[in-house]
Design a protein around this ligand. Structure first.
Ligand SMILES: O=CCCC(=O)O
Length: 456
């Protein structure tokens, strides 16, 4: 059974019977069949469907957003913004896919030689619970616009979100099989990855899960894009605008109760401004409201699951035991639901738990750096390489960006995903890129065409 538990109350909100083998077979067959005609559609025709999907989501935001709030605890104001961002992604690819996939003429001994970008077939998206709508559209909007059909295996804890996304496609009249949701427990997905009707896999989730999915896909010689964990550094240098850095890094750390792969997980501050910056961050964090995610005024909802709450509590306790200073929070909030307070740990050092491990919760971790070189060395001292931010002059920030081991760097701004710009990781944060032009090229056959002279 797929069980959704409201993390604010610890009560079951929904139980859904997983798809049977026959259901999965029918969905795979429909996706393959739909591909034969979907691939022949023009960009305009495909874009029309995605724009209808976007309009439908916007019109029904008040039904869709609460599903995230009740199934994984996202504060309602963030949930509404997520539905909007998912709609934006659908519209972005509807508008730009044709330009992104325009054929490229290349000189050779041919009379005409070029690369054209053709769809692959059916793409399987395997998605996590932390941004159920956004991550679904980050996967499917480019894949569909390229002419693929899509099957989505969402996290088993968000079955209501998963079904709602599939229903949006049905309600706007998407042809059968163009997009569907597989309601499955995680172990059942291996068989689907191996199915000959699946041509490629997009995975967002943990590094452990990504490694398993990538191994299965590789053994079937199927391409995969992996967007995995991160322990993103934020380097605050002495010449930074400290108020701006504190404002933005507060948001970057607590958005979605800190449960984001691209959250500011390690804030590395140059010594001359270390104490001043901590003071500013502390004031901002202390003003945040933790509570019922259904309320408009709530900034931070619960942690999505009890096991994740326990894991976060272990990481914080271990880090304090290792010598970090706990300035705010530090222990789970007692009572119903899986709430964790806004926590600020300072004097964190390389090798400590919260430095080494990814922390998925509202826990700001601050590290002192002697100077810029020391900050850079600690920023790169991680197995992850998803994203980073630098706070300084634009010139120093851009120079440092080249030396930071991450797939994305923001200078004097929040690390965020944006349909127009590619995102993805290096090292154990994954491979491949999503979004922007790179994201749509992940799921195409870049076919070389060579045309010789015609005999007259
Ligand atoms: O947690 C990963 C996704 C984060 C985002 O795209 O905002």
């Amino acid at each position: 059974m797929l069980t959704a538990i409201d993390p604010a109350t610890a009560k079951v909100v929904r139980e859904v019977t997983p798809d049977s083998d026959a259901d999965v077979e029918a969905k795979l067959a429909a996706a393959r069949k739909a591909y034969e005609s979907w691939r022949e559609k023009t960009f305009e025709e495909r874009g029309k469907l995605l724009k209808a999907v976007a309009a439908h989501m916007r019109a029904h935001v008040d039904e869709l957003a609460p599903l995230m709030t009740e199934e994984m605890g996202k504060p309602i104001k963030e949930a509404r913004a997520e539905v909007e961002k998912a709609a934006w992604c659908a519209e972005h690819y509807a508008d730009f896919a044709e330009a992104y996939l325009a054929p490229i003429t290349l000189g050779s001994d041919a009379t005409n030689s070029y690369v054209q970008h053709l769809p692959l077939g059916t793409v399987l998206g395997i998605l996590p619970w932390n941004a159920p709508f956004w991550l679904a559209f980050r996967f499917c909007a480019p894949a569909l616009m390229a002419g693929n059909t899509c099957l989505m295996k969402h996290d088993p804890h968000v079955p209501g979100c998963s079904a709602a996304i599939a229903k949006v496609f049905k309600e706007v009249g998407a042809p059968d099989g163009v997009f569907d949701s597989l309601l499955l427990e995680t172990p059942a997905v291996e068989k689907v990855i191996r199915d000959k009707r699946i041509q490629a896999v997009s995975f967002t989730g943990s590094t452990r899960g990504g490694s398993a999915v990538a191994s299965i896909a590789a053994s079937e010689i199927k391409p995969a894009v992996l967007e995995l964990g991160g322990s993103d550094p934020s380097i605050v240098l002495a010449d930074a605008d400290l108020d701006k850095a504190a404002d933005i890094l507060k948001i970057s750390r607590i958005i979605n109760a800190g449960q984001s792969c691209i959250a500011a997980k390690r804030i590395i501050v140059e010594a001359p401004v270390y104490d001043e910056f901590i003071g500013k961050l502390k004031d901002r964090l202390a003003a945040l409201k933790v509570g019922d995610p259904a309320k408009e005024e709530t900034d931070i909802g619960p942690i999505a699951r009890k096991d994740l709450l326990d894991e976060l509590a272990r990481q914080v306790k271990t880090t304090i035991d290792e010598g970090a200073t706990c300035v705010l929070g530090g222990e789970p909030i007692q009572g119903d639901g899986y709430f964790y307070p806004v926590t600020l740990l300072t004097d964190v050092k390389p090798g400590m738990c919260a430095f080494v491990e990814e922390t998925f919760g509202p826990v700001a971790v601050v590290i002192r750096a002697d100077d810029e070189e020391h900050a850079l060395q600690m920023a790169n001292d991680t197995e992850y390489g998803l994203a980073a931010s630098v706070w300084s002059t634009a010139k120093r920030g851009e120079a440092l960006a080249k030396r930071i081991e991450a797939g994305q760097v923001a200078v004097n701004g929040i690390v965020k995903t944006d349909p127009r710009l590619p995102s993805g990781g290096i090292k154990r944060s994954g491979y491949g890129r999503e979004l922007g032009p790179h994201g749509i090229h992940a799921f195409v056959n870049a076919q070389q065409v060579w045309v010789g002279p015609v005999k007259s």
